[in-house]
Design a protein around this ligand. Sequence first.
Ligand code: AMP
Length: 310
Amino acid sequence: MEPEVIRDKEAMRKWSRTIRSQNKTIGLVPTMGYLHEGHLSLVRQSLTLADVTVVSIYVNPGQFSPTEDLSTYPSDFSGDLSKLAALSGAKVVVFNPKNLYDYNEGERKKKINGGGEKKVVSCVEEGGLGHETWIRVERLEKGLCGKSRPAFFRGVATIVTKLFNIVEPDFAVFGKKDYQQWRIIQRMVRDLDFGIEIVGLDIAREKDGLAMSSRNVRLSDEERQRALSISKSLAMAKASVTEGKTNSAELRDMIIQEVVGAAGRIDYVEIVDQESLEGVEEIKSGVVICVAAWFGTVRLIDNIEINVSL
Ligand code: AMP
């Protein structure tokens, strides 16, 4: 049975409050759609934690800069619904709002069409007519992906806050594929006293090791093959650590060589503490190795946690 789809935020809140009045718990899995096994693993986890699960499918304009791939982000809403139906449709509800930022679409269009100067710092209009309140997790958002995408995490933290306020879940499940995002949401929930338990799940991978991502569909066959260098080099790095190589700089160089050798354009390779996300010089248990690299026009991220006694 296909899940119920709720498109309006007031209806979503009403639905959640009805569920709560029945003393049932709610899990939330925020996604941007084009669901794959990684997303479904989060939904399965949520179904074990909560009585009902809300899967939000919303491509958040607030986390894309004007030069990024918002317009080409893949979507297949009916495919997503079928995948969710195959899980446990009755306990899953899909929240698929049209736009969570435009409070006054008509007026905004008039202003833009009227040719007035507008300041665009992300794909969400700034300047009073639309959205102007943002959540920033100031230190954690700065490194890793935040360096090349300075407005990204404020968009993520803000949309997740909005979803938390609309859905009012007991649990929210995130993937560790977006490691920095998961840590930022955990910190935000702690700092702002959200009464929501944040759960992080391991990365789901294709058989050949590639981290699953909605963006993988935009890789050519050849780029996809070359992109395997990311997961391969991360696995090699972890193996080297267990063999006693604990110098961060050497391991970074090894990963960079592998990825660049496969014609990937590196955004970053960083070895950081799992909680603080601060760089470390000597590798020890409790670090995570994070990579972001471009293959063609597609930016991929991946990481591997090191949790061994050395
Ligand atoms: P997205 O639709 O890319 O915004 O992702 C929605 C959620 O799914 C986020 O919490 C991601 O971290 C998670 N996710 C995406 N890809 C994977 C994966 N390969 N394994 C586990 N979780 C994932």
